[in-house]
Design a protein around this ligand. Structure first.
Ligand code: HEC
Ligand code: HEC
Length: 353
């Protein structure tokens, strides 16, 4: 009986939250189910609200790191010429004071993640939702705890035999080297601007700020190719099409991004290129420009007339590797189907046009 009442209560809730939506957009869509909301509602806050229960050891974290992170971030978190370093520039004294001295004394040429990050929840949350870069949201809860423990261990915040868990993470927070280094008194991008984090949340009849615009300077607009193509393909999220001028009007929910995604696939394009887009190869390879890896046209030129290139490139894409174009490695693309890799390779070898 009580179960029956509960399910009526749930239905009633779902119905009221759906009402406002249905009034505005009759006959379109439906309300999200609690399960769907739970799948997206994964943020972990500084007070650890949202943190799943669990634990992980430094030792297990080292395995995760070496298997899934080191190819881009370096064996010791020092990273390489493309990615910013995670570890370095903090001292035992910083752990005591909660303020990283090398941020202001200029002794460290490049700011590392561990120098800047004030909250351990941010590390947990970011890795959980965004890493590894090529396969976000694939780590288990234990793997996230473990790899965060390993990162903290590399930064000498926790000892070698440490197990990080939801029970002791608040204690670890008290040892974060830059825990006292966060300020919310200014804008996030424009440090002379007003503090955007202090806005009051608005859910109804909100004033539209006509001046909302991209702060990307024009010189940077297309500096590394089209950001929309370099975004990882995850759900509906797409980056701004940086080949076009910045929008001047108020931002309209993803209209521009959708249009550009549709535009790029609507044109009749070779199957190899479509598959390179679908499998996010274009996150690292421009067709005509180097990004992280060489441009597809450069690869085409290098292997022109080389009869054994096809088999060796297929193998290289599957297993990853470095040294042909520089020291930055290509991570293994073993998740891409064999016939799709072959289609992409033959498109590249016929000139990548
Ligand atoms: C294929 C390359 C690649 C792999 C593999 C990878 N990362 Fe990353 N990582 C990146 C890139 C690129 C960024 C910057 C992303 C951004 O700003 O959106 C990043 C950012 C980060 C950051 C935030 C750095 C900062 O200061 O903003 C952390 C922490 C991190 N990665 C941890 C990990 C962990 C842990 C793993 C393994 C589970 C991992 N990464 C695997 C490429 C990679
Ligand atoms: C995280 C970035 C990244 C992603 C994603 C990526 N690559 Fe690469 N790729 C690289 C880098 C870096 C190199 C250069 C490696 C080297 O110097 O040996 C490379 C090299 C290559 C080469 C030339 C290999 C050689 O030995 O000359 C081909 C072909 C290639 N990638 C195809 C692909 C395809 C197809 C995909 C998608 C299924 C893909 N890549 C995804 C970074 C990436």
């Amino acid at each position: 009986m009580s179960r029956f009442i509960n399910s009526i209560a749930v239905l009633a809730l779902a119905a009221t939250s759906g009402l406002a939506f249905a009034e505005k957009f009759p006959n379109i869509g439906r309300s999200a189910t609690p399960k769907e909301i739970a799948a997206w509602d994964i943020d972990v806050r500084p007070d650890f609200k949202g943190l799943p229960k669990g634990s992980g050891t430094v030792a297990k974290g080292q395995q995760v790191w070496e298997g899934k992170c080191a190819s881009c971030h370096g064996t010791f978190g020092e990273s390489n010429e493309v990615f910013t370093p995670i570890i370095g520039g903090t001292t035992p004294e910083d752990i005591k004071t909660g303020r990283v001295a090398s941020l202001t004394n200029g002794r460290q040429p490049q700011k590392t993640t561990i120098m800047k990050v004030a909250t351990v929840s941010t590390l947990w949350d970011f890795i959980n939702r965004a890493m590894p870069w090529t396969a976000p949201k694939t780590l288990t809860t234990e793997e996230v705890y473990s790899v965060v423990a390993y990162i903290l261990n590399m930064a000498e915040i926790v000892p070698d035999d440490f197990t990080l868990s939801n029970d002791n993470i608040a204690e670890v927070q008290k040892r974060m080297p830059n825990r006292n280094g966060m300020t919310t008194n200014h804008g996030m991008w424009d440090i002379h601007g007003k503090p955007d984090v202090k806005s009051v949340a608005c859910m109804k009849n909100c004033p539209v700020d006509e001046k909302i615009h991209s702060t990307l300077p024009d010189v940077s607009r297309n500096a590394h190719g089209n950001i929309a193509l370099q975004n990882r393909t995850f759900g509906e999220v797409r980056g701004a099409d940086t080949t076009k001028p910045a929008p001047t009007g108020p931002l309209s929910a993803g209209k521009e991004a959708k249009a550009s995604a549709a535009g790029s696939s609507a044109a009749a394009e070779p199957a190899g290129l479509s598959m390179a887009k679908k499998n996010a190869c274009v996150a690292c390879h421009g067709v005509e420009n180097k990004i992280v890896g060489p441009g597809f046209n450069e690869i085409a030129a290098k292997y022109k007339g080389n009869a054994s290139a096809e088999a060796s490139l297929v193998g290289k894409i599957k297993s990853g590797g470095s040294g042909v174009w520089g020291s930055v490695p290509m991570p293994s693309q073993a998740h891409v189907k064999d016939d799709e890799i072959k289609t992409i390779v033959s498109w590249i070898l016929t000139g990548a046009k």
